[in-house]
Design a protein around this ligand. Sequence first.
Ligand code: NAD
Length: 335
Amino acid sequence: MNNKTVNVLVAGAGGFIGGHLIEFLLAKGYRVRAVDKKPQTQWYQRNTSIENLTLDLSLLPNCYTAMQGIDEVYNLAADMGGMGFIENNKALCMLSVLINTHLLQAAKDVGAKRFFFASSACVYAAGKQLITDVTALKEADAYPAEPEDGYGWEKLFSERMCRHFREDFGIAARVARYHNVYGPFGTYAGGREKAPAAICRKVIEAKMSAKHEIEIWGDGEQTRSFMFIDDCLKGTFDILQSDWHEPINLGSNQMVSINQLVDIVEGIAGIKLKRSYNLNAPKGVRGRNSDNELIKQVFGWEPSIKLIDGLRQTYAWIEQEMKGSGSGKSVVNLY
Ligand code: NAD
């Protein structure tokens, strides 16, 4: 099928990944409809050449409105954030189940062919993430189920909803388990920000003030991997277009500690800060990494952007935003 005749819905278009995905799909010639519940003045990126709708997709009638004439769906809409948000808002996180369920129902009823669901590494069993030098998580490690409370349970349940819609109704539902995605045009303040953006912001704040100190959540030895947005977009697209229907890891396998992440950002900023460790702050699992054997084998996909390079771009954008507004406001409108 010629891309120009394929109508694509991006749900969660006002968010970080959704905003980038729209530009990626437009560059490939797709016809894109963008939907988010946030007022459009708050979208991180908004392309005025396409149809932009403000709808709460947790409501079934709104999903039918969004889905009219749609062939392919990317569901990136969720009430989410970093550990600070998901540990304290479990009910809100679980309510995202309504978005995916209603989108799937509407997709099936309008005859959409393909459906992408953005799952998360938070589906993985907590007992397999107890040490910093952890074994990278394989797809099979999601079961027996012991996911992150709230957010992770919703993702795991919605993965299965996708599977049953595929098996019972024939919709090509595809699921990627994202491991920490970062980059420009995303949340860096306000409580929903994730570690890379939060650390960039804190380092910039310290640099802009005379107070050369940084607070780190936990002891900083907890480990994670971080995928730059461009790698995420390519992987997401390839997964939706493929015949592979099992949930699959999409993330970097370069594991670093939070202290190492701070080292890198300090290097970019050209500053050294005094660190204080808040051991009572939300920390999440002790160690997590992505095993990329399967995605490499099936898609030949590997992360192509080095952490330092991706962080440079992210840091530059956040710095520009903070200097521009001076308020830490994370909204950018591309009108
Ligand atoms: P984001 O918070 O920037 O974007 C999500 C968007 O969904 C927001 O703009 C929000 O307004 C919208 N939304 C929430 N509820 C909605 C509703 N009821 N109706 C319509 N829109 C609604 O998040 P993101 O980082 O772009 O993440 C996109 C997806 O990827 C989410 O499903 C998230 O759980 C998943 N994910 C992201 C990461 C990451 O590191 N960013 C990691 C794992 C999984």
